[in-house]
Design a protein around this ligand. Structure first.
Ligand SMILES: Nc1ncnc2c1ncn2[C@@H]1O[C@H](COP(=O)(O)OP(=O)(O)O)[C@@H](O)[C@H]1O
Ligand SMILES: [Mg+2]
Length: 278
């Protein structure tokens, strides 16, 4: 007996296979599209983070630069008004010191804006900290934050100076914002010779964090602040996630210790300048 039943069955089967193949293709296209979307969104987040960092930097430096400029202008006017030598000497001294400060600010900003290049080089963390403090000196004074340096000699680390400045700036701004009524900001640099690691600790005596907050601080966009403060900083929730990304790229570690009402200590642990690649 011929088996005519096979023919329609075979037809149905091959139709199903075609259908499944088409579905497969559609799924694959959807998957690729999804992957492309995810990678585009990721790129956008990174871009947003960079821009937020740049915005904060711009706000801080313009403000600091303007302060130096105001000093220069006021003392120049004073010197012109008062023709006696002591007043003019004093005015010129003030102008010189404000001018020097303005130059430091521009040097620091130039350093940070070079963070676009991902080049690593030996970095002196002492100098790097001072460069960043120049930018925040006045702001810290205004909020009655006392800076304490606990520095011991440390070897140079391997890093990108601009990116590391950005990390430190973010940590210092967070610390300052955690102390609206003033407090102490302790900066500690130490070197652990056996492990060959350098620790940079930023500690504040501010509001601290609950364990719930602490768990989420590295999430992009996680913020407990209602928006930027009067200096235009914070509230984006991008600061610490950017810090983490940069520190990871340096093969470093970030450790957070915090207690509500007591304060917070954030330690960045960085490896020394890379020896010959192993
Ligand atoms: N030094 C600190 N003291 C207390 N809370 C902090 C400190 N640093 C960070 N945080 C908490 O972590 C959150 C995320 O910080 P960050 O990523 O810098 O974003 P943002 O400063 O824009 O809120 C902050 O909103 C705050 O709740
Ligand atoms: Mg912040």
């Amino acid at each position: 007996m011929p088996q005519p039943a096979h023919a329609p069955l075979g037809g149905i089967a091959s139709a199903r296979i075609d259908e499944i193949t088409a579905l497969h293709r559609q799924l694959e296209i959807a998957r690729l599209r999804h992957a492309a979307e995810v990678s585009e969104l990721r790129r956008q987040v990174l871009e947003a983070r960079k821009l937020a960092g740049l915005g904060e930097l711009l706000g801080t430096t313009t403000h600091e630069f303007n302060n130096a400029l105001t000093t220069i202008l006021n003392y120049a006017k004073l010197g012109l008004r008062h023709r006696d030598q002591p007043t003019r000497d004093k005015a010129l001294e003030r102008i010189l010191s404000a001018g020097t400060r303005a130059a430091k600010i521009t040097a620091s900003v130039l350093g940070m804006s070079r963070s676009g290049s991902a080049r690593f080089e030996p970095v002196n963390l002492h100098l790097l900290i001072e460069d960043v403090l120049v930018l925040l000196e006045r702001e810290l004074m205004k909020y009655r934050v006392q800076v304490e340096r606990e520095f011991t000699p440390v070897p140079k680390v391997s890093g990108n100076p601009g990116q590391l400045q950005q990390v430190l700036l973010n940590l210092l701004v967070n610390a300052r914002q955690a102390m609206p009524g003033g407090g102490r900001l302790i900066l500690r640099l130490s070197y652990d010779e056996p492990t060959g690691l350098v620790d940079l600790m930023v500690r504040d005596t501010g509001c601290g964090m609950t364990p719930d907050v602490m768990r989420r601080i590295f999430e992009p966009r996680f913020s407990t602040k209602s928006g930027p403060d009067e200096t235009g900083k914070g509230g984006t929730g991008l600061g610490l996630s950017a810090c983490k990304e940069i520190v990871d790229a340096h093969r470093g570690r970030i450790r957070v210790e915090s207690a509500p009402g007591k304060g917070t200590a954030i330690t960045i642990r960085l490896p020394l300048q890379q020896q010959v690649a192993s």
